[in-house]
Design a protein around this ligand. Structure first.
Ligand code: 13P
Ligand code: SF4
Length: 394
């Protein structure tokens, strides 16, 4: 049983094997430098086809302006894999996404994360030693053979590798339903059917199992890695269909059912559109639920004059509001709430990374070791092979 659990979203050098970031090792241009845009343009032009810049939807506008392609974590993983000729993949997103890009790209390609402090607090909530402890408890309870581990893309490469080694799969918010269906199918021949260990986001796991697969809340238990045996009895583990890891997104976890009620009372006809990382009580009150790509497509297809309150990261909500002035778009929280680690990537870091590449120096390379890569790829490939992965907008 692992008891120490420092959360390492910004890195303290405590556990170098865990998902975390560290301070920028280079000489950053000043944020006030009036030539930053011109410098980024010049560096990108100098690198030409050798570089491919990916931008997650939660990135700042100043960074998105230089992305060759934007997307959610699933789309960006596929986009990275589809550019075998690019020598450098500059990933404007967070650490686990850059790891996935490294796994999915060829050996001659190098993935760069402009700021290594761009980690993810959710990914930090599941460390390999903790997950191995949990698996040992499942073995002891006599149920490990019935369990398929499913990890959200928002997890470190070693957790993905754990899933690959143990017959499991990766999923994203775009394909969690079909990934869970696949996982249960793997064990449907067993007398009591199968079970899923869902890592690390309890909310995505619960929302998908209950709202899309029709399981009940009683079918779900929460494994708390800080408690002996996850805080569960062997019987509770045997009775459960979904064993949810006690992890969450600190950004999406802020949205509340109370604010949903408040907005419904104050904005006539408002439709509530949220990401499935939100809490169950928020998702059940929402009109529509889906990944960031789904949220974008829904707003693009919405009628002029319609009103929306969106529960996802603020950079994306602001960009949608700017791009659709004919629709009334509000943020589903009373306070400003950016993802602090996504925001670590700013124009100075991007300029520094690109100019270093021009100078022949690859900085902040994200490289997954060969053994981890082999098994993580198994789990990622199972995901890429799933049928009908992206739901159309409602
Ligand atoms: P998607 O990009 O899969 O929608 O995930 C949201 C998120 O929180 C990324 O960190
Ligand atoms: Fe992690 Fe949440 Fe930030 Fe995504 S939005 S990177 S899940 S903390």
């Amino acid at each position: 049983m692992t008891v120490d659990l420092p959360l390492l979203p910004l890195g303290r050098g405590v556990d170098l094997g865990a998902e975390r970031g560290v301070e920028c090792p280079g000489d950053l241009p000043a944020a006030s430098d009036p030539d930053l845009v011109a410098r980024a343009q010049a560096a990108k032009a100098a690198l030409g086809e050798r570089v491919f810049v990916l931008g997650h939807h939660y990135q700042r506008d100043e960074v998105i302006a230089f992305a060759d392609v934007t997307g959610d974590s699933f789309k960006l993983a596929r986009d990275a894999a589809a550019r075998p000729d690019a020598e450098f993949i500059v990933f404007c997103g967070v650490h686990f996404m850059a790891e996935s890009a490294d796994i999915l790209t060829g050996p001659g390609q190098q993935v760069v994360l402009p700021d290594l402090a761009a980690g993810c607090s959710m990914a930090d909530m599941a460390r390999l030693t903790q997950v191995e402890d949990a698996w040992d408890a499942l073995v002891e309870a006599g149920i490990a053979d019935a369990v398929v581990p499913v990890t959200y893309m928002n997890s470190s490469a070693d957790i993905k590798a754990f899933c690959g080694r143990n017959g499991g799969v990766v999923c994203t918010s775009s394909n969690a339903e079909v990934a869970l269906e696949w996982a249960f199918e793997q064990k449907q021949h067993l007398a009591g059917g199968g079970k899923v260990l869902f890592l690390p986001d309890q909310h995505l796991g619960r929302n998908t199992a209950v709202l899309q697969l029709g399981l009940s809340l009683d079918d779900c238990v929460v494994w708390n890695p800080h408690k002996p045996n996850g805080g569960l009895t062997a019987q509770q583990l045997r009775d459960a269909k979904m064993i949810l890891w006690k992890g969450h997104c600190s950004v999406h976890g802020r949205f509340s059912a109370e604010v949903v009620d408040e907005l419904r009372a104050t904005i006539p006809g408002v439709r509530i559109l949220v990401h499935p990382e939100c809490k169950h009580e928020v998702v059940t009150k929402a009109d529509l639920v889906g990944s960031t790509e789904f949220i974008i497509r829904t707003i693009e297809a919405a009628e002029p004059g319609s009103s929306w309150a969106i529960g996802t990261e603020l950079n994306l909500v602001k960009r949608l509001a700017d791009a659709h002035p004919d629709k009334h778009i509000s943020f589903l929280d009373r306070t400003v709430c950016f993802c602090s680690t996504m925001n670590r990537i700013d124009l100075p870091h991007l300029v520094w990374a690109l100019e270093s590449l021009v100078a022949g120096e690859v900085v902040n390379r994200i490289e997954v070791d060969a053994e981890t890569e082999k098994w993580a790829l198994v789990a990622l490939q199972r995901m890429l092979d799933l049928p009908g992965r992206i739901a159309p907008p409602a």
